[in-house]
Design a protein around this ligand. Structure first.
Ligand code: ZN
Length: 79
């Protein structure tokens, strides 16, 4: 795991569970932490998220990591 990924997963762990709205099995709406009026749509089946981090860099963003964590697919590091 790279240092960048570690930081991203640490940030994922900081997303409040109440800011994640699970929609069905593999999808969720996640409220943006920088802009509370904005939500991003995560689709774990498609491995996609509508946030700029994923759209422009193609990375596993913190939203995807947090959603996968909430449905028990993925362990996040403890804070
Ligand atoms: Zn995202």
């Amino acid at each position: 795991m790279s240092a960048t990924e570690t930081t991203r997963f640490e940030r994922a762990a900081q997303i409040e569970a109440t800011d994640v709205d699970l929609v069905g099995q593999m999808k969720a709406e996640v409220r943006s932490q920088s802009d509370q009026d904005k939500t991003y749509t995560v689709d774990l089946q498609e491995k996609s998220c509508t946030c700029p981090d994923h759209v422009f860099r193609g990375t596993t963003c913190k939203h995807m990591a947090r959603c996968a964590n909430l449905i028990g697919m993925f362990e996040l590091p403890e804070n």
